[in-house]
Design a protein around this ligand. Structure first.
Ligand SMILES: Cc1cc2nc3c(=O)[nH]c(=O)nc-3n(C[C@H](O)[C@H](O)[C@H](O)COP(=O)(O)OP(=O)(O)OC[C@H]3O[C@@H](n4cnc5c(N)ncnc54)[C@H](O)[C@@H]3O)c2cc1C
Length: 302
């Protein structure tokens, strides 16, 4: 049982909003999924420390989410507490060649602040829709740059204890980091960039955005690339070669614009998405021998 009264009292002292039985649909870019037991909008490091310590002590499952742009939430929802780290915990500061931000800052805002200060290195990351925390957890990347190329250090919290970590210890690899192993909640991070020309940086960022909007089905809800890039090929290429563009289950569809994306055409459920992904994986494996792996993180039981 969730000790809602006690949890609400702690949130009130911490000045954090708590929403019991919150629908997670609106907290994901896929617009899919059921409810969690409670969602808490994080506004400080102290809130993460106190709340994770309380939840751990009471054996209540919890998960952190940012913008929800790489999550597929079960139709049954998540039987635990969601700590939402985005706009209420989003400071960004420039310190010479360094950018220091709280983990709820949007990655795009971090890129923009860097650009304004003539700091180069993050141009290709502009346009990845998510928080800095989610991006570091996923080691997000685009057009040849990954978070691992620009991150210097971070602070994270596990069950009420705060730790510092340097890039070398983050085990950053393709869409993976140490945080998926230790369940650490990233609260802040430092990027180390180099000086560049603000106008050239801006131009490179604009070009990235243009490539995205011309190639990706941004007009539909999705979680971005649905499958990881398999060694030696590209998921979208394999899916296309297998003739799977436009394949659908309910309102979940393999995008005809970019077949690496599964999109929600309106009322797709998590079951639709999972069933469609299974079909795609089976056909691709049978026809090409490549085994595709889901990129988004599944939240709840599917
Ligand atoms: C249209 C579209 C395009 C995309 N393009 C790209 C792309 O080019 N490259 C790319 O890499 N990704 C891409 N993505 C996927 C996604 O945007 C990134 O993975 C993003 O970095 C996720 O950030 P988020 O805040 O949305 O994380 P969420 O989706 O909220 O969470 C993702 C994972 O990170 C964890 N997490 C979130 N915040 C924290 C935190 N503070 N501490 C610890 N763990 C945390 C969550 O528990 C979850 O496991 C795209 C998605 C969409 C919808």
């Amino acid at each position: 049982m969730l000790p809602l009264k006690e949890l609400s009292e702690i949130c009130s002292i911490l000045n954090c909003q708590i929403i019991p039985e919150c629908s997670l649909k609106e907290h994901t870019t896929f617009k899919i999924g059921g409810k969690c037991r409670a969602l808490i909008n994080i506004n400080s490091i102290d809130a993460v420390i106190q709340l994770t310590a309380f939840l751990k002590k009471n054996s209540i499952d919890y998960k952190v989410i940012g913008r929800g742009s790489n999550i597929i939430v079960s139709d049954k929802g998540y039987d635990g507490v969601i700590l939402l780290i985005e706009n209420s915990f989003a400071d960004i500061k420039i310190d010479g060649k360094k950018v220091v931000c709280q983990s709820g800052a949007m990655l795009a805002s971090v890129c923009l602040e860097a650009q304004k200060s003539g700091l180069s290195g993050m141009e290709n990351l502009y346009g990845i829709p998510g928080t800095a925390g989610g991006a570091l957890y996923m080691n997000a990347g685009a057009y040849g740059t990954e978070m691992s190329d620009v991150i210097e250090s971070a602070e994270y919290i596990i069950d009420g204890e705060i730790y510092s970590i340097k890039k070398e210890d983050m085990n950053l690899s393709y869409r993976n980091s140490v945080f998926s192993e230790n369940n650490g909640i990233i609260v802040s991070m430092t990027f180390r960039l180099s000086y560049g020309n603000p106008e050239e940086i801006k131009k490179a960022m604009r070009e990235c955005m243009e490539k995205r909007s011309s190639k990706q089905p941004l007009e539909y809800p999705s979680a971005g690339s649905t499958f990881k890039r398999p060694a030696g090929s590209y998921a979208s290429l394999l899916i296309d070669q297998c003739g799977l563009k436009g394949l659908s289950c309910g309102d979940a569809e393999v995008s005809t614009k970019h077949c690496g994306f599964v999109i929600n055409k309106g009322n797709a459920t998590c079951s639709d998405v999972i069933e469609l992904c299974k079909k795609v994986k089976d056909i691709v494996r049978d026809k090409t021998g490549y085994v595709l792996e889901l990129e988004p993180v599944i939240l709840g039981e599917v």
